[in-house]
Design a protein around this ligand. Structure first.
Ligand code: EPU
Length: 347
């Protein structure tokens, strides 16, 4: 029998530490338990990993499905390590597991909060590496025909913090595991600011330690100060808009993309509207990284969304750039959009 609970508090299942309650939480731990769940799929439902990229805005949430497939195993060829890993493993634990065995490739992604199963949904990335660079297969259970499917990298339609699992396949199934391929002919990725001081012959462990040190210095630990990492995606603008902004704000950080568009730094934009370190009641904007919204002492999610609206509004007013939430906003009815312009229209 699949484990489940009724009227369950999610306070310890989201890194904002919001005290929202779900009617049911289900813990399928095998393919047969996923089939069992399909006999009476709750409506609405939301698939939750470790809750490090989710903001519950109402006192109640949809029913929760939290898959429990575990295990890490390593296969090896002459050129590559293949890592098969269950969705419920902790991402940082997986990175540490590889580093301890001298297997390189994931060290730049150390200390990213969350589960392995959530990693492909938003194509996690940091310090010049993203999951898509290292992934060969996603295993996905389809609720409609109750079968497992393997997606190769191309089928996942990865983009910047984006994948098919956030779009076409949203709410249609669950990721149960991944296969990563990590080349034995490993080269360090040291281009990103903070890592370029490391020597070209740095070891996997040295890079890992440096990434951990940078993240610890800049990003608040959700266990001590509840937060969800970057709250917004870095906005991508076209060349014309970039040149217009550049003429006014010459020192604006900008990252040209292969598409010809330019990615801007949302943290910089938020800092420039004067909101870095700003506090509004129980919630605020982190004083060391303006892209991170923090929950000092609140138990509800709506004040965090209200602060996010304020950020969107002020950044759009000054720069004409809309900041899209990276965090998933979940109401009692399911996933919802965070867009201050819609609030204004309705009020
Ligand atoms: N900046 C500011 N003020 C701030 C924050 C940043 O001026 O308050 C400037 C920095 O000086 C730098 C630029 O903005 O010039 C970029 O900052 P940073 O290197 O800290 O990275 P980021 O773009 O803010 C992204 C990811 C992070 C990831 C880092 C490192 C997104 C939305 N965020 O942040 O990912 O760790 O790069 O690779 O892409 C996350 O997704 O939760 C996350 C933490």
């Amino acid at each position: 029998m699949m484990k489940s609970y009724q009227n369950y508090s999610l306070k310890n299942h989201n890194t904002f530490a919001v005290d929202a309650s779900c009617p049911f939480i289900y813990y399928p731990s095998s393919e047969s338990e996923l089939r069992e769940l399909c006999q009476g799929l709750p409506s609405p439902f939301y698939v939750l990993g470790e809750g490090s990229n989710t903001l519950f805005v109402d006192d109640n949430t949809p029913s929760i499905i939290q898959p429990q497939m575990k295990g890490i195993s390593v296969r090896e060829t002459t050129t590559c390590f293949f890592i098969d890993v269950g969705c419920a493993e902790n991402w940082h634990h997986l990175v540490s597991f590889c580093v301890q065995r001298g297997i390189g490739g994931l060290e730049n992604l150390a200390l990213i909060p969350g589960s392995v199963g959530a990693a492909p949904v938003q194509n996690i990335g940091a310090y010049g590496v993203e999951l898509a660079d290292r992934l060969t297969k996603v295993r996905w259970f389809d609720f409609a025909n109750q079968t497992m499917h393997d997606f190769d990298r191309d089928q996942c339609q990865f983009g910047y913090r984006d994948s098919i699992f956030k779009n076409k396949l949203l709410g249609k199934g669950v990721i149960t595991g991944l296969t990563l391929s990590l080349a034995k002919n490993w080269h360090p990725t040291l281009g990103y600011s903070g890592l370029e001081s490391l020597a070209e012959n740095s070891s996997v462990a040295e890079i890992y330690q440096q990434v951990v040190a940078i993240r610890k210095a800049k990003l608040p630990d959700p266990k001590l100060l509840p937060n969800s990492g970057s709250f917004f995606k870095n906005p991508v603008v076209n060349m014309e808009q970039y040149q217009h902004l550049c003429a006014m704000f010459g020192d604006m950080p900008a990252y040209p993309q292969s598409t010809g568009q330019i990615k801007l730094a949302a943290g910089w934009l938020i800092e420039k509207v004067g909101l870095k370190g700003f506090r509004l009641g129980d919630v605020g904007i982190h004083s060391l990284q303006a892209l991170v919204l923090v929950n000092y002492s609140g138990t509800k999610g709506q004040p965090i969304a209200d602060l996010a609206y304020l950020v969107q509004k002020q950044v759009e007013k000054k720069f004409g750039v809309f900041l899209e939430a990276e965090v998933r906003i979940i109401s009692q009815f399911g996933m919802t959009e965070l867009d201050y312009r819609k609030i204004r229209e309705n009020s």
